[in-house]
Design a protein around this ligand. Structure first.
Ligand code: GBH
Length: 446
């Protein structure tokens, strides 16, 4: 098949996050985050890996900017660590923390790369977690204060911000299932962490737009919920998962109302922690919706006595897998983009693929990753042809990094990192992506 041609002005980029790459956890006055504490608990991270050094990006950011420039990306999505900026989560701002992001932003701008910072990618200051974390309403207000401090320093150079990364994953893995920091296992009692993250998003969105004239995006993970078998019970399970995974984090933002979770056996009718006026804040105007896509989710009816109205099912053995074991299903990305377009209609802002990529074991010759990325770029193009307004595509991620509970075992980078020496080695996928970007920029044949 011919190379797909994307619309003029389509944006290409890569994404990363602070805790996964920076290291230097104790430098320049950074406070402790929930992930610092979690990675020190025995048995929660594969092989006891920590992110104390990660990719040493805090010191090697210049080298990483040079790699971005070589790649030719338009935009770099990174995240700002709240504990560097407000070490205790509330109160005093740490100017040295902001200095680092200023150096990074200035370095990007010098190379003509647009910075796209995420303001929260899961590294909550531990002091706030000690006070209840995202289960507490207060955390939303502390988030807005931290965002304000960042925008005051960087708002003259940063035109667009992503408030939150994947609030569903943070709620479910962090507060419901205990697989991520802060390691709580509250199951459905984790739901306030959804509302308070969204409230924080809304408060931050309002101040960024009104006080700084900035554009605001929210990034969710989208994973089409597919019934394992075409039976009413499995379709019901898929609907319930869809309500919890997609609609709970999209309806309030775009439509100003929550889905009725009780219809899916997920919660009592009213969510008691939702106060009058909250939904007006949460549905503040949005300039773009970030879509992180890895794979669809297959759902089956739950076993008797399950606390949840769905059960996860396995894709059939014939479906290819990444090194992480995740199924490779590119048409799920087209499906997600087309469904968002059809379901939210006029209420949907432009879409951005803010993460897509795969784990692959290869040192440099990562043909599996090239195949994965190529198929997913085509899937985005197919969605555009079917009417989805997609403005950009960002690969997860530039360098191999600290992959949360998997430690350094999963390698998602276009660039290999030797975690002993910190040596960066661009892979075949780096060259492939560089060439794709260059080809897309060439003027069209008349
Ligand atoms: C993102 O989360 C994060 O934003 C990023 O920090 C992270 O490094 C990156 O992805 C890679 O993990 O059980 O086979 O169906 C991804 C969230 C949640 C995506 C679980 C895939 C299920 C795979 N993911 N999910 S499977």
């Amino acid at each position: 098949m011919d190379e797909p041609r994307f619309p003029d002005g389509f944006v290409w980029g890569v994404a990363s996050s602070a805790f996964q790459v920076e290291g230097a956890l104790e430098e320049d006055g950074r406070g402790v985050s929930v992930w610092d504490a979690f990675t020190r608990r025995p048995g929660v991270i594969r092989d006891g890996h920590t992110a104390d050094v990660a990719c040493d990006h805090y010191h090697r950011y210049g080298e990483d900017i040079a790699l971005l420039a070589e790649l030719g990306v338009d935009v770099y999505r990174f995240s700002i660590a709240w504990p560097r900026v407000v070490p205790a989560g509330a109160g005093a701002v740490n100017p040295r923390g902001l200095d680092f992001y200023e150096r990074l932003v200035d370095g990007l701008l010098e190379r003509g790369i647009t910075p796209l910072p995420t303001l929260f990618h899961w590294d909550l200051p531990q002091a706030l977690e000690d006070a209840g974390g995202w289960l507490e309403r207060d955390t939303a207000h502390r988030f807005a204060e931290y965002v304000s401090a960042v925008a005051v320093r960087l708002g003259d150079r940063v035109g667009a911000w992503i408030t939150l990364n994947e609030p569903f994953e943070h709620m479910s893995l962090g507060y419901a299932l205990g697989e991520h920091a802060p390691g709580r296992t509250l199951l459905l009692d984790a739901l306030p962490a959804a509302h308070h993250q969204l409230l924080g998003h809304g408060l931050a969105a309002r101040l960024l737009r009104e006080e700084h004239g900035a554009k605001v995006l929210l990034t969710n993970s989208y994973s089409p919920a597919r019934p394992a078998r075409d039976t009413p019970a499995d379709r019901g399970a898929a609907d319930a998962y869809d309500a919890l995974h997609r609609r709970l984090f999209t309806d309030p933002v775009l439509l100003g109302r929550y889905p009725d979770l009780s219809a899916y056996g997920l919660a009592a009718g009213a969510l008691p922690y939702v106060r009058d006026g909250d939904l007006a804040v949460i549905s503040a105007p949005l300039d773009g919706l970030g879509v992180n896509y890895y794979n669809p989710t297959l759902l089956a009816a739950p076993p008797a006595g399950s606390p949840l109205p769905f059960d996860f099912a396995e894709f059939p053995p014939g479906v290819p897998r990444t090194a992480f074991g995740w199924p490779v299903v590119p048409d799920g990305l087209t499906q997600t983009l087309v469904e968002l377009t059809e379901l939210y209609g006029e209420a949907l802002p432009p879409l951005w693929i803010t993460e897509n990529g795969c784990s692959c074991d290869a040192y440099v010759e990562d043909g599996d990753r090239v195949a994965y990325l190529d198929a997913h770029v085509r899937a985005v193009h197919a969605a555009i042809e079917r009417g989805a307004d997609v403005r950009g595509y960002l690969v997860w991620t530039l360098t191999d990094n600290f992959e949360w509970a998997e430690g350094y075992h999963q390698r998602f980078g276009l660039v290999h990192v030797d975690h002993e020496t910190q040596k960066r080695t661009p892979r075949a996928s780096f060259t492939w992506y560089r060439d794709l970007i260059a080809a897309q920029r060439r003027p069209r044949a008349a």
